[in-house]
Ligand binder design. Structure first.
Ligand code: SF4
Length: 576
């Protein structure tokens, strides 16, 4: 069908197929897309109202085991920059939000294994007992899934308990692109596959919650995959009618592992216009001024958006990736009204609450967004001791559970990581060096006598020379064949880390193992230490056996790891 025929179909109220939406997205002139999207918006919202909400984005923790490659916000478990907000800090943020006219928190955070279901329940109850009418728009589908894995409880049960504790609705975060190929590349498949994300939302809608839906675009997906993403949302909306709004934002690449470039304003506007045409069962479409800035956000209102999102008050995630726009209520309203619309305050269900609050009473100006915590504040909330989710016993219990391992490989890897592969892994290497030194010196040397006697000096020289040569070959092979790929492992990050850090990493890495073999060769050549060689050989065999067992488990959990493993094995088969 031609673009004009598709435009006629839209104007007649017809539903675009995936292929037709893709045609429009790729080929329709930008002004036509905008014109059509504006017409569709006007049909749905004829009163020229543009809504916004006053709420606060609170990221309760930045510790995350998911470690998506597009995320600049998270900190790994054990990081000194990791934080968990205390209940008192969150309560204080609520007080500030209420002062600015807000009535809701958007509460999201990392997948922190220290926070079990009970922590969320206690927090929600605490908030609701203090502020009964205050709304909690909290926990994106991957967070719900993470909590269910941690608790080893089904998603519907977790949703039921969270709702009983005070959850009011679920934000649509963590959807990124609902295509598993893309999710695998972004290392967010294990936090929630496309089906799992949809599944959590289905359960939430069935439990009576209304939710939003999001799309983060501009990473590694194709235009067809963006349409596929919308198509999955549209299908679920046909089934449940539980989505209140669709929000698209562009990937922010700064400080992320993935890097790349940000989508342009035109790409953003084309995307939301296409969404307005394609998502014919979504009542609202939000403008993302947080990633696009106020001016493009304002322009979005003529490309299908009927909502300016949130005043936000606080933001940490997008800011970590380089975008730092700020608009308080006065500025949001100015942008809406200047574009020829009427600004109305709303709640999370997109019900209009009234006009701008600053016209009703004095509210403080907000010239920059707050942050979760001041830099350098490393306080650990006192109540965390009540939640022993990360205790040794709990970790062991979880690690023993096959169900849990299969469901949450990221979390399982975090739990499973033995001490010598964590930060203390380097101490293991130091301990090895000391041990080798002791064996080499021998008790007699330490006692003031000569070094160990070596019965076959010539033979050990031959062995030493052979090891030096082997080390040289390994090094050469490593450099020539791997080249710059050697450490460039986009995923799986946990798996790669297991290989590249700690003692196993040093022993099994092509370059390091070359250095190691060559080093011990020199040692044997000059010092002729049979005991040293014997120690190294035993160490190699033992570590290799353990590493192989580890790898079998990793390959099972991370199919992508197998590719890395094979790549390494290609050049160094005699060590691996
Ligand atoms: S996007 Fe969310 S789940 Fe992914 S690493 Fe960042 S905080 Fe964790």
């Amino acid at each position: 069908m031609s673009i004009n025929a598709l435009a006629d179909k839209v104007r007649a109220g017809g539903r675009l197929t995936d292929a037709e939406a893709l045609d429009m997205y790729l080929s329709a002139p930008t002004h036509l897309l905008g014109l059509l999207a504006n017409e569709v918006r006007q049909k749905r919202h004829p009163d020229r109202t543009v809504t916004y909400i006053i709420d606060r984005n609170v990221n309760y923790t930045n510790v995350c085991v998911a470690r998506c490659s597009f995320c600049a916000f998270y900190r790994p478990v054990g990081s000194p920059d990791g934080y968990v907000l205390g209940f008192d800090e969150i309560v204080r943020k609520i007080d500030e939000t209420i002062e600015l006219g807000g009535g809701q928190l958007l509460l999201q955070g990392g997948h922190n294994p220290d926070l079990p279901l009970e922590w969320y329940e206690d927090l929600f109850r605490e908030v609701k007992s203090r502020y009964p009418t205050f709304r909690l728009h909290a926990l994106s589908p991957p967070e719900v899934l993470h909590i269910s894995r941690l608790a080893q409880m089904s998603v519907p049960d977790v949703v039921r308990r969270l709702v009983a504790a005070g959850l009011d609705s679920i934000p649509g975060g963590g959807a990124e692109i609902l295509v598993d190929r893309v999710r695998t590349l972004l290392h967010c498949y294990t936090k929630a596959s496309a089906d799992e994300w949809i599944g959590v939302m289905r359960h939430a809608h069935r439990a009576g919650l209304r939710t939003t839906a999001t799309m983060m675009f501009g990473t590694v997906e194709t235009p067809a995959e963006r349409i596929e993403h919308m198509s999955r949302l549209r299908a679920l909306q046909d089934e449940t009618s539980g989505f209140t709004a669709f929000i698209a934002w562009s990937y922010q690449p700064e400080h992320t592992e993935l890097q790349g470039v940000e989508a342009t304003a035109v790409e953003y506007l084309r995307t939301i216009a296409t969404a307005r045409l394609f998502l014919d069962n979504f009542p609202s479409l939000q403008a993302s001024w947080v990633t696009q800035g106020g001016k493009v956000g304002q322009l979005s209102l003529t490309y299908g958006a009927n909502d300016m999102g949130s005043v936000m008050i606080e933001e940490n995630v997008v800011r970590a990736a380089g975008a730092a726009y700020c608009m308080d209520e006065i500025e949001i309203v100015r942008n809406i009204e200047d574009a020829g619309f009427e600004a109305k305050r709303r709640n999370m269900h997109y019900e209009v609450l009234g006009g701008p609050i600053f016209r009703e009473r004095q509210v403080p100006r907000m010239l920059e967004l707050a942050v979760a915590r001041a830099d350098g504040d490393t306080a650990v909330p006192a109540e965390l001791v009540n939640y022993p989710a990360r205790s040794r016993a709990e970790r062991k219990r979880r690690a023993r559970s096959q169900v849990y391992r299969t469901m949450s490989p990221d979390l399982a890897v975090a739990d499973h990581k033995p001490w010598w592969k964590g930060a203390r892994g380097e101490w293991f290497v130091v301990a090895q060096v000391v041990l080798i030194g002791l064996v080499f010196l021998g008790p007699r040397t330490l006692a003031g006598g000569p070094a160990w006697p070596f019965p076959f000096p010539h033979a050990s020289m031959v062995v030493g020379a052979a090891l030096v040569a082997a080390g040289g070959v390994l090094l050469g092979a490593g450099f020539v064949r791997l080249g710059s790929d050697l450490t460039a492992l986009p995923y799986p990050k946990d798996g790669a880390e297991l290989v590249e850090t700690g003692a196993f990493g040093l022993v099994r890495h092509p370059i390091y193992s070359g250095l190691l073999v060559a080093g011990f060769g020199w040692w044997a050549l000059f010092v002729q230490g049979w005991l040293t060689l014997a120690y190294v050989a035993v160490l190699f065999v033992v570590l290799d056996m353990k590493a192989r067992r580890e790898e079998r488990w990793l390959v099972e959990k991370f199919p992508a790891y197998a590719a890395y493993q094979l790549r390494v094995r290609r050049f160094i088969p005699f060590v691996y």
